[in-house]
Design a protein around this ligand. Sequence first.
Ligand code: BV8
Ligand code: ZN
Length: 263
Amino acid sequence: MRLSPLTKKMTALAKAVEWLANAQRLVVFTGAGVSAESGIPTFRDQLTGLWAKFDPAQLATATAFRNDPALVWGWYEWRRAQVAKALPNAAHVAIAASARHVPELVVVTQNVDDLHERAGSNDVIHLHGSLQVARCFACARPHPLAQCPSTGVEASRLEPPRCTHCNGKIRPGVVWFGEDLPETALRTAFKSARNADLLLSVGTSGLVYPAACIPEIARENGARVVHINTEPADTKDATTLTGRAGEWLPKLLDAACGTDPGN
Ligand code: BV8
Ligand code: ZN
């Protein structure tokens, strides 16, 4: 029997609601799409201004920083300024609220913003580091960042600060392409995925490894997997809710736990 797209959508939602209502060990795995409705560009979005001619993956590397530290440091400070001005959106709020309804919730994010934390999520696992921390590129000593990024509204090149210990250039505390992920974060994320009975994969293209292994690890270990993405995903053995995270997650939480996540 061929299901109509509407029936398919309703079936997917009904399954996701039932799974969330009965989840004991929930993992929410997020990518740039969960912050899109807060106005933070995703990695798929075309870069603008100074960086328009670059692919983010080219800029998010140690080589790019070595070649042009001011261009890369300026990009990160501009992004940090964008995050500072942004607010958590309904998706972040619903994810944080779900902690009150599921016995165990682990949030694993690929994002380097702090919007999950500002929405109330605790112990967020950041697989790719954070814009909020920085360290010396030479001696790796942590370097305190001024609360307000040192960039104006306009994006600009910025000479990175210098390490007070060795005078090395300061780099952002993120994981660049070609760099290992923080071992404890990755190990904890893999363990949570193995133990999960439900994994919600929210706003990720699933292109960046090894983070992209996480939904598959959960599925292989018996978890149900629900993808929430504005792009239809043809993921095997998983359920997909196509649409905005800020629309689906409050609906899902409300239907499964009978509460308005905003309260
Ligand atoms: C490493 C921090 C060992 C910096 C980032 C296999 C195994 C291991 C490694 C590899 C491998 N294959 C290839 C590699 C190398 C590489 C890699 O994966 N390359 C890719 C491009 C093929 N991986 C690495 O280098 C990793 N290191 O493995 O170390 C090693 C060592 C040496 C040599 C080899 C291996 C390190 C990867 C981490 C890189 N750092 N971020 C920064 O932020 O500047 S990754 C960065 O890009 C983000 O953090 C994020 O993870 C990724 C972008 O992915 P998404 O979050 O999914 O975002 P994206 O824009 O792609 O998609 C957004 C989605 O949201 C879209 O699907 C869209 O439809 C959807 N959406 C939009 N709006 C909404 C929405 N959905 C819902 N609602 C909305 N409103
Ligand atoms: Zn140093």
